[in-house]
Design a protein around this ligand. Structure first.
Ligand SMILES: *[C@@H]1O[C@H](CO)[C@@H](O)[C@H](O)[C@H]1NC(C)=O
Ligand SMILES: *[C@@H]1O[C@H](CO)[C@@H](O)[C@H](O)[C@H]1NC(C)=O
Length: 994
């Protein structure tokens, strides 16, 4: 009987199954229930089906119809990890790549017994990796890239028996790199890049992974030397140790890596020469050792390899470029900028190689530009900035239609520019500045349909500007100053609706401004000074919404100054030396703007002495009388000058170098005082501070108000110090500061009332902050005055100020010198961010942030990556702000002698590890706030993460400070952004960007 039933069951079971969804389908329905599916990716997972085999993302074994693969990648699913998937007994492949799964990985993951591949990359997982994961005996691939996993890496991982590939890239592991990976002898790929590991050496045991093909340890906070054991990895194809702090020489054992294809060692502190014997690495196609301190010559044997890419930039290599390099059949990328290479380039460079990217900028190379560079027709970027190249541009480059960026700035090139160069169809940037090129801008330029930046200033170009430039509707900047261009500004220029900067000063342009310039809606800077332009100044100019720099001086413009100019918010303008007449627009009829209108004989306003009085104008016909007046004026002038000189000398004796005579005043607010009142207060007695860029005075005005006046070191004083170069940086600093601050209004940013300039002295007038700087107060004997609630509020205020600069200013502003001395305190100890001496506006036009040729910022506050890369972005400010937080918490200076070699950040980290938080926190603080202080400390540590990727945005910092009470500190350590924060792709936009 029993047998009969059994028989019936088996016989009928196929028919029973036709009635309802099978068990695996039911498990998957559970999965569906628990996931949030905004894109309805799971909409065809229907309960009415019999098996799940046709459902999206599901694959079944063709014989048993049992689910063996679940692939739900790129599906925008959210929710916690659907552990029901592990009930599918035959599941071997599971991918949830690129979703928003935001739980921890449950211990029960070990029940996915048959899993071979587990891909959870690019989700929002957090918490630790469960120990149990190593029970997945069959696992071959484990990919956890781009999540928020943290804590310890479980030692059990060393027990995997079949694992071939593991990636923990881009998570938040803080511990040091464990040596356990050396036990997984089956490993072919090991990828731990971009984790904020504590400083550790490369475990030498990794040399035992004899099957390893890929070893990626970029951005792992590695220190010490590269272990020579790595030379045992005979199957290794790909070695990436970039973005670490590795020291010492490159071990010669690396020349034993007989399968190696790619070596990435850039951005470390490696020194010495390249090892001998690299010629043995016959498979090597790509080597990048940029941004180290390597020296010596390039070994010719390296150049004899069939390399594709050779990047050696920002080192101290010297000597000639080996001629053998030109024979390389695969070479497409050659970046050698910022070294000390000398001699000429091989004359057949490019003849045998498909060169695409070539950058030799900032070396000491001489001789001609090789004509064969584009022989293979794929050259895209050719950058030779600041060298000693001579001769003409080879004609062959004019036929190189693949070119997108061509930069020859600052060489000794001369002659006509080949016609073809002007019209290259894909060219985005043409930079010929500061050479000795001559001839005309060719009409062929109308074919340059992608041209955005046309930079030809400082040459001997002649002839007129082709009409065709006006039809290049991608043009953002045209700088053609200091040439001998003639003719008029083409009427077609009004079509350049994206133009941001037009600088044609110091040429011989004539004629009138074109009609219709109100279409220049993006124009920021218009500099046509020192030409022979005539006609009226069009009223349209007043309708350019973003114009803030206008210089029309030294021309022959006539007529009135249009009253519409009052609509503009100009930081700088100059109409002097023209033939303008009539009344000044009322807003400008002020003494302070006098210098902008000088030398316009007919220009009158209420300004005394700007022009002859009206009666005199009437009598103007009387030339004779004019001559008399002229002679008298000359006499008066000579007498006046002598008188002034004597006075001036006396004056200088009494007051140090303040010349009252000629001040240009640019104000950004309604002022209740005049510049002279300020000058009277610049006494040594009133000095309240002195910094790198100048002295700061306190000035009490007649109305009782106080202002702070920063006097930048004058040119004369600079010369005295023999410090000309630094002085120039400071000059730039002034302009940067004024331009930046003039635009900003925020409660946590120090207000700039106005600035006054003369030729050799510059003053910035700020609101006065009675409690001085945070740095001074905190690190003086009065440091105890600042209790915890005040310190917390200061952190909050400063964070809001910086957040405003980063997120609410368009384009974003990077401060670049955040430090406690630049955070000022008002009467109520409210904090405001000050001193934009080195602030730069992020380059909205260019692709990435600008990098600077000088290190800005202050010792102890500079983000680690900044010191190596000289690249600036918001993340460097966030690092510096983190240091300020650590100062507030510890009460210590960023470079306290007590730390020895370390800085504050290192000291805090090591002390925390060894002795605990109590030894870090300022003993002057009330221990009742310990919990809160600890949380602020952790925000400070987060901001000072060695990897920019792990630093939160300023907006996030503000939020975290606000939400201090939020219980789970671990949640703070959530990633904040994309995986690759580095701007390495655009590394060639280095310091040379003007
Ligand atoms: C991630 O998935 C989304 C859809 O959810 C898709 O639009 C996006 O392109 C995917 N990203 C990558 C890198 O594949
Ligand atoms: C699938 O799993 C079941 C147990 O649930 C087992 O009996 C069956 O043999 C498996 N099929 C395959 C193809 O592995």
């Amino acid at each position: 009987m029993f047998l009969l039933l059994l028989f019936l069951f088996f016989f009928l079971s196929p028919f029973l199954e036709t009635l309802s969804l099978n068990q695996e389908g039911l498990f998957l329905q559970q999965v569906k229930l628990k996931l949030d599916d905004p894109n309805s990716v799971l909409s065809n997972w229907k309960e009415t089906d019999l098996t799940p085999c046709s459902w999206n993302g599901i694959h079944c074994n063709s014989v048993t119809h049992s689910v063996d693969s679940v692939d739900l990648s790129n599906s925008n699913l959210a929710g916690s990890f659907p552990i029901d998937l592990c009930s599918l007994h035959n599941l071997t492949f599971l991918s949830l790549l690129n979703n928003s799964i935001n739980s921890s990985l449950p211990l029960e993951i070990s029940t996915c017994q048959n899993l071979k591949q587990l891909n959870l990359a690019q989700n929002l997982f957090e918490g630790t990796i469960p120990e149990t994961i190593s029970n997945l005996d069959n696992l071959i691939l484990l990919d956890l890239t781009g999540n928020g996993f943290s804590g310890d890496i479980p030692l059990s991982l060393g027990r995997f028996k079949k694992l071939e590939a593991i990636s923990l890239t881009g998570n938040s592991f803080h511990t040091s790199i464990p040596s356990l990976f050396g036990n997984i002898s089956t490993l072919k790929q090991l990828n731990l890049s971009y984790n904020p590991f504590s400083p550790s050496e490369i475990p030498f045991q990794l040399g035992d992974l004899l099957n390893l093909e890929v070893l990626w340890l970029a951005g792992c906070n590695l220190v010490g030397e590269i272990p020579s054991s790595l030379g045992k990895l005979k199957k290794l194809k790909n070695l990436d140790l970039s973005y670490n702090n590795l020291h010492g020489k490159i071990p010669s054992s690396l020349t034993e890596l007989s399968s190696i294809v790619q070596i990435e060692l850039f951005n470390n502190s490696l020194s010495g020469e390249l090892p001998l014997g690299m010629g043995k690495l016959t498979e090597l196609r790509r080597i990048d050792v940029s941004m180290n301190q390597l020296s010596g010559n390039i070994p010719p044997e390296l150049c004899e390899l069939p390399l594709g890419s050779l990047n050696l930039y920002q080192n101290q290599f010297e000597g000639p470029i080996p001629a053998s390099l030109a024979k390389s059949p695969n070479l497409y990328e050659l970046r050698m900028f910022k070294n000390r290479f000398t001699g000429e380039l091989p004359s057949d460079l490019g003849k045998f190689s498909p060169l695409s990217w070539v950058d030799f900028s900032e070396n000491e190379l001489v001789g001609p530009i090789p004509a064969s560079l584009c022989e293979k027709g794929v050259l895209e970027e050719l950058l030779l900035i600041t060298n000693g190249f001579t001769g003409k541009i080879p004609d062959s480059l004019g036929q190189c239609t693949s070119l997108t960026r061509l930069r020859f700035r600052g060489n000794k090139l001369y002659g006509d520019v080949p016609v073809g160069i002007w019209g290259l169809p894909h060219l985005y940037l043409l930079d010929l500045m500061w050479n000795s090129f001559s001839g005309e801008i060719s009409k062929s330029i109308s074919g340059a349909s992608n041209l955005s930046m046309l930079l030809i200033s400082g040459n001997d170009f002649t002839g007129s500007i082709p009409e065709g430039i006006g039809w290049l509707d991608t043009l953002l900047e045209f700088s053609g100053s200091d040439n001998s261009l003639t003719g008029s500004i083409p009427k077609s220029f009004v079509n350049l609706i994206r133009l941001g900067r037009l600088d044609l000063h110091s040429n011989q342009l004539s004629g009138e401004l074109p009609v219709g310039i109100k279409s220049w809606k993006q124009l920021n800077e218009l500099n046509l000074a020192d030409n022979e332009l005539s006609g009226g100044i069009p009223a349209e100019i007043g309708s350019l919404p973003v114009l803030n720099y206008l210089d029309l001086s030294k021309n022959m413009f006539s007529g009135n100054i249009p009253v519409e100019l009052q609509n503009l918010k100009l930081n700088r303008f100059n109409f002097s030396n023209n033939r303008l007449s009539g009344d000044l627009p009322p807003m400008y009829a002020k003494e302070t703007y006098r210098d902008s209108f000088l030398e316009n004989p007919g220009l009158c306003g209420d300004l005394e002495g700007l022009c002859p009085s009206k009666e005199e104008v009437k009598r103007r016909g009387n030339v004779w009388l004019l001559k008399v007046i002229f002679v008298v004026a000359c006499v008066v002038f000579v007498v006046g000058v002598s008188w002034f000189y004597v006075k001036y000398r006396n004056y200088r004796k009494t007051k140090k170098g303040i010349d009252k005579a000629k001040w240009t005043l640019t104000s950004f607010h309604k002022l209740g005082f005049s510049e002279y009142e300020i000058l009277d207060c610049l006494d040594e007695d009133n000095v309240i501070g002195s910094g790198a860029s100048g002295k700061v005075y306190k000035a009490i005005l007649s109305n009782g108000e106080a202002v702070a006046v920063k006097k930048l070191w004058s040119a004369a004083e600079k010369d005295k110090n023999g410090d000309i170069e630094k002085g120039q940086i400071k000059d730039d600093g002034f302009e940067a500061e004024v331009e930046t601050l003039g635009k900003i209004r925020h409660k946590n940013i120090v207000r700039l009332w106005c600035c006054c300039t003369t030729k050799d002295c510059k003053l910035l007038v700020y609101e006065y902050m009675p409690n001085g700087s945070l740095g001074d107060l905190l690190h003086s004997s009065k440091g105890g005055l600042l209790d915890w609630s005040m310190r917390y509020k200061i952190a909050m205020d400063a964070a809001e100020g910086l957040s405003y600069l980063h997120h609410d200013c368009v384009p974003a502003i990077v401060h670049r010198d955040v430090k406690s001395n630049n955070i000022l305190l008002d009467g109520d100890f409210g904090a405001r961010v000050a001193d934009f001496g080195v602030a730069t506006v992020m380059d909205a036009v260019g692709k990435g942030p600008k990098s600077m040729s000088v290190i800005a910022g202050s010792c102890g506050y500079i983000a680690p990556e900044y010191a190596y890369t000289l690249r600036v972005n918001e993340k460097s400010d966030i690092y510096s702000f983190g240091v300020v937080i650590l100062e507030l918490v510890t009460g210590k200076r960023p470079n306290d002698p007590e730390f020895g070699e370390q800085d504050l950040v290192n000291w805090v980290c090591t002390t925390l590890d060894k002795k605990g938080a109590d030894h870090v926190i300022d003993p002057k603080l009330d221990s009742a706030f310990k919990e809160e202080i600890n949380r602020v400390l952790s925000i400070g540590l987060l901001c000072t993460s060695p990897l920019p990727i792990n630093r939160p945005s300023m907006r996030r910092v503000v939020k975290m400070l606000q939400e201090l009470d939020a219980e789970n500190k671990a949640k703070i350590v959530k990633k904040d952004g994309i995986l690759s924060p580095y701007y390495y792709e655009d590394a060639s936009d280095h310091g040379s960007v003007a």
